[in-house]
Design a protein around this ligand. Sequence first.
Ligand code: GLU
Length: 490
Amino acid sequence: MEIRTRMAPSPTGEYHIGHIRTLLYNYAYAKKNMGKFILRIEDTDRERYVEGAVDRILDIINDYGFSWDEGPRVGGPHIPYVQSERLDSYKKYAEDLVRKGLAYYCFCSSERLENLREEQRKKGLTSTKYDRYCLSLSPEEIEKNIKENKKYVIRLKVPENKDIIFKDAVLGEVKINTNDIDDQVLLKSDGFPTYHLAVVIDDHEMEITHVMRGIDWLPSTPKHVLLYDAFGWNTPVYVHLPNLKELGGNKKLSKRYGSVAAIDFLKEGYLTEALVNFIMFLGWNPGGEKEIYSLDDFINEFSLERIHKTDLVAFDRQKLLWMNGYYIRNLDDLGIYNRLRKWAEKFNISLNMADRSDDYNIKVISLVKDRMKLLSDFSNLTGYFYKWDIVPKERVSEYTKDETKALEILVNFHERYLNIKEGEWVKDRIDEINHEIIKDKGYSPKEAFMTMRIVLTSSSATPSLVDITELLGKKEVLLRLEREIKSISI
Ligand code: GLU
């Protein structure tokens, strides 16, 4: 049997990083088993429908490096893969259930239902249920109502006091009594199916073998099992995955702590391979020390048995940042440059490279890449390679504690650098000269080199001074020293 998994996003808002985790597991399981991964859009909730969300969801899934074997944009044997384009089929199936006596028309007005809920709440009931008023309507009454064009929904006739038992590949056997389940609406008065009806019909028609989704859908599963029974179909294998929470405590992922939407992580400058590697472990663990996994490694090792049996897993933002730095460091300089430019173009971000040559920019990257945890760190780490301003006197004398001495250091470096021939402006020669200066003048390495570093970069934490000096070039270094000397001397 072909393994067929699916992701079924609803276009009700931004695609969440947790959705990508669920998608990854579905994708990997299908690929591991030479099966198919299907994408379906569940857009039957018209009230929560967000214009443009379908395209954004499809784009972000592609941005994370995933594609689907069947679904919107690519087609497949079960087209259409968008629920709002499959309405006729849902209606037909719902009416079949009515004919078989397993579902019924309900003409109750929203006022009646609201009053009913209110009464039940007053009685102290925690969950409110439909009272089955319409279940006892005679065929004549039903026909009359329909003729009069009265609005109706179709409800599932949930059997009374029956234990529904299903097996979840992660949670084991789950049991729930039907007395806790309301007579679900299957078809709404606007002709749209509810999620419950549509998901069951589509998963069946699209021959889905494994339904892998967040554990927050667990309470819906017995309703789905009832529907499979009513239609006489086999249920798929259920796999409920833990939801994500902030590290420490039981807080849902929240914007207060950082990005939540999948797109925002990319905008912040995370690499997709780092994100995908990180989310592999949000609910699964191979049980070893290894934590750097390519997608292919993951597909090879992924198994349902190793999915965590818990309702929440911690999203460790520091760990993600570390992992991203790891992936950046492991790209070559040109690779980082290309990624930076693509990222800046996609999100319309200025890299402030002041029209310098590719060669120069790539050398800049080689000097700072060990400090980059995000692509967006680049500009903060490299401003002085592109633009320079006079550094305030107090900062220049931070290490000498003496303005005159700081000035003297700058003058000495300037004088010696002036004599270096263009062709000798390489870091080993610069390093030799730097050491000659401190030896001749009796400066401590710290006071001399930190003073130079602050003047050239306005920062005390930078890559090595000789690397910077070499890359900036003789002309630029002399110019910065001259301007600073002039400013201090006034
Ligand atoms: N449309 C549901 C969602 O937005 C899918 C739930 C499921 O996978 O069954 O998450």
